[in-house]
Design a binder for this molecule. Structure first.
Ligand SMILES: [Fe+2]
Length: 301
């Protein structure tokens, strides 16, 4: 596997020198003199390690790396700084923004060692992420066992939600959280009896009131598990409606977090296109038409 390393420095001769150090390695070396371009690169492809200069006219290195933490949390960040500016680098390390620093002018051996340790760390982060995903996905499958009619529902909702996220050009970390939230959106159903979930008759007000509790139940479990705000929002607000007639809070329009609106559309689309106890599946084309008619009141499709 050939990892990508990105060097950011406003001086082209430094970028050239850095590139020469790794000319014989099997790493993919990218360079840019623009921090803004570095953000775009990390948004568009997986980058194992970013090494950034600190003093640059467009943006300081520590600011760039803090920004990259949002765009690409799994990229390992290294700051390269002059000795005089060491306190800034140390501050960035202490606040968790930066993995380590390299003092300019660099010792080649030290630079190569820092990069290879950075790569090892990025592999560990990627492995942890895969493990987290496997746990979250199997949790979602456990919930589906309760409800015979929704087998495969969470995976399909995740697929539709990611298609929407892709069209909206949302950054990869947010898309990943939307995938996790889609898997878990109905996790509160674990507290709703099977007889209710699988009932084909008309629901009494009391039964419906129980079902309406599942977003809050699920969200509080997700909060206790320290899942991200995005995931918690999806679980809590996936039954809100654009016109304010949803639940649990009756939020309206853009007061409903974007991630929850996306998953709400995906959830409704999957409900329409699969058999349920109370109805047969619509075709994709019929479902698309229904969603278009609902545009505005029910969802921002
Ligand atoms: Fe739900």
């Amino acid at each position: 596997m050939s990892e990508t390393i990105l060097f950011v420095d406003d001086e082209q001769n430094i970028l050239n020198a850095l590139q020469r150090v790794f000319v014989d390695s099997n790493l993919q070396i990218l360079t840019t003199s623009s921090p803004l371009q570095a953000i775009d690169i990390c948004r568009s492809k997986p980058v194992a390690v970013v090494v950034s200069d600190n003093m640059m006219p467009e943006m300081r290195g520590v600011e760039l790396l803090a920004e990259l933490k949002k765009v690409s949390p799994q990229t390992v960040k290294i700051i390269m700084t002059a000795y005089a500016d060491l306190s800034t680098a140390l501050q960035a390390i202490n606040s968790g923004e930066v993995y380590r620093f390299i003092v300019k002018p660099w010792q080649e051996q030290e630079l190569v060692k820092a990069i290879s340790e950075g790569i090892a760390r990025s592999r560990i982060l990627a492995a942890l992420e895969r493990e987290n995903e496997a746990i979250l996905r199997s949790l979602a499958q456990t919930i589906e066992l309760k409800d015979l009619y929704t087998r495969g529902h969470c995976e399909r909702v995740a697929g539709y939600a990611l298609t929407i996220a892709g069209k909206l050009d949302l950054p990869e970390p947010l898309a990943r959280e939307i995938r996790h939230g889609s898997w878990l959106h109905d996790c509160g159903k674990i507290g709703v009896p099977e007889t209710i979930l699988n009932s084909s008759g008309k629901l009494s007000d009391q039964v419906f009131a129980t079902i309406r509790l599942h977003p809050d139940w699920g969200a509080s479990v997700a909060e206790q598990a320290s899942l991200s705000v995005t995931v918690v929002n999806i679980i809590r607000f996936h039954h809100e409606r654009y016109d304010g007639n949803g639940y649990p809070l009756g939020l309206q329009g853009e007061d409903i977090p974007l991630e929850a609106r996306i998953v709400a559309v995906a959830d409704v689309f999957d409900a329409l296109t699969t058999d349920r106890p109370y109805k047969q599946a619509f075709t994709f084309e019929q479902a698309r038409k229904i969603l278009t008619e609902l545009k505005g009141p029910h969802c921002p499709a």
